[in-house]
Design a protein around this ligand. Structure first.
Ligand SMILES: Nc1nc2c(c(=O)[nH]1)N[C@H]1C(S)=C(S)[C@@H](COP(=O)(O)OP(=O)(O)OC[C@H]3O[C@@H](n4cnc5c(N)ncnc54)[C@H](O)[C@@H]3O)O[C@H]1N2
Ligand code: MOO
Length: 412
């Protein structure tokens, strides 16, 4: 199946899940499931922006024309969190601190460093417009204003905005649950010291970390031998939104994942895509449960996760814009590939230059990690393209990009 078709199919298959109430303190990284509308004006009353003096504007608007103005300093001090019982009349002023509500009749605040004090008199040499030094009611946030919308990711700044309204609980989308099973006779667990030809399982761990970075809950189903019964047993009663297996989706005679799906009543939607790496990938569903067969090759598994699984996972999680953020860059390395396949190139995105540049790794190493020590970027070349010259503009994606960072680059 065409890569783009596979992506659309996967997106269409998932239905955003339910929601729950959480304490705002635990809402970081969650996806909002309500519109946050302000139930109040902020501030609720006129407040001072400075440590200074609350004055009546009628005394000071013409100060420059009339020469210096002298006001009587009333005794007392108005601090934030205290209501004023005092009344300031023309010809008078009262000491006030930042954030304190203005006293009756005063409508302007003069910062203390701009005012000259002589005994109990305040001398002002310049004019102040009415309301200067004051935050008026509703100036920060108006009652009835819609501040955040369902589908937005709750970053620290957004949470702080909700905290300013005094909300303790917030409605968020339920976190999806993603079950992960590695398959393969050669695959052994970390710490295992079995003799013989083996491969330490790294792709199930990699996928668990990637799932967690997308704000979902990974659940490990361990590792199954290349044995249909073992795989069936580990998959049959799994309670998860997505069930991901790695390995065993090729055409070899020990690739059993798709047979197992059939036994479990999972409907197969595709079993191969024109993506490299990641060709040997399958998608299935049973009711609302989505099954993914990812390649055993860890880099292939990572690419398919990021390009196909993660957008669907973000949609399931209620994310308003499930697409991954991308960066525009100038290609440093000329690229060639075969027609008909979407090819992924890994490299380094250098954001120190303007515009940023992208250099593709050379060499033939297919391992996930050896080439990723200094760069976490990749780009895709579409199926019809056969070459791209150096100097052309390309779109680059980042591996390991956390959900919480999406709002920072403005795509969500
Ligand atoms: N005749 C063909 N052979 C292969 C093709 C092909 O088109 N024609 N495609 C190759 C590609 S690409 C891949 S990917 C694999 C797909 O096969 P599977 O998905 O069944 O994957 P496996 O064979 O089980 O494993 C592939 C590779 O990855 C290693 N692996 C598996 N699981 C893990 C794990 N949990 N952690 C680390 N590494 C893992 C495994 O040892 C293999 O080396 O087929 C190719 N062959
Ligand atoms: O399916 Mo393989 O993943 O092309 O790497």
């Amino acid at each position: 199946m065409e890569f783009s078709e596979a992506r659309t199919l996967a997106m269409d298959l998932v239905v955003p899940g339910g929601w729950e109430w959480v304490s705002l303190q635990d809402a970081l990284g969650r996806i909002l499931a309500e519109t946050i509308v302000s139930d109040r004006d902020l501030p609720g009353e006129p407040r001072s922006r400075f440590d200074g003096f609350a004055v009546c504007s009628s005394d000071i608007v013409d100060t420059e024309a009339q020469g210096p103005v002298s006001l009587r300093i009333l005794s007392g001090l108005l601090a934030a969190g205290h209501s004023s019982k005092q009344d300031v009349q023309p010809g008078e002023c009262l000491r006030i601190l930042t954030g304190a509500p203005l006293p009756l009749h005063a409508d302007t605040v003069v910062p203390q460093e701009e005012a000259l004090q002589e005994a109990n008199r305040l001398i002002l040499n310049r004019a102040y417009s009415r309301g200067s030094g004051v935050t008026s009611p509703g100036e920060e946030i108006k009652r009835g204003e819609s501040l955040l919308f369902a589908g937005e990711i709750l970053s620290p700044t957004r949470c702080a905005l909700v905290a300013a309204l005094g909300r303790e609980r917030i409605k968020v989308h339920r976190r999806p649950r993603v079950a992960l099973l590695a398959t393969g006779d050669e695959v052994i667990e970390l710490g295992d010291s079995t003799q013989g030809p083996y491969t330490y399982c790294n792709n199930r761990y990699l996928l668990a970390w990637l799932v967690a970075l997308q704000g979902a809950d990974p659940v490990s189903l361990g590792r199954a031998k290349d044995d249909p019964l073992d795989i069936v047993q580990r998959l049959q009663d799994v309670k998860a939104d997505f069930v991901i297996t790695t390995g065993g989706v090729g055409r070899g005679n020990r690739d059993f994942v798709l047979d197992v799906w059939r036994r479990l009543g999972v409907q197969e939607h595709f079993r191969q895509i024109n993506l490299s790496p990641g060709k040997n990938s399958a998608l299935g569903s049973r009711g609302r449960q989505v099954f993914w067969g990812l390649p055993g090759n860890p880099w292939g598994a990572q690419v398919v996760f990021q390009e196909v699984v993660a957008p669907a996972l973000r949609r399931l999680a209620g994310c308003g814009n499930p697409e991954a953020p991308s960066f525009q860059a100038v290609l440093k390395t000329p690229l060639k590939k075969k027609k008909g396949i979407v090819k992924v190139f890994r490299g380094v995105l250098d954001t120190r230059t303007i515009p940023p540049s992208f250099s593709v790794y050379g060499g033939r190493r297919r391992s996930l990690f050896a080439d990723l020590k200094s760069g976490f970027a990749y780009m895709l070349l579409d199926a019809p393209v056969v070459e791209v010259a150096a100097g052309e503009e390309v779109r680059v994606f980042l591996h390991d990009f956390p959900l919480l960072a999406h709002p920072l680059i403005g795509t969500v």
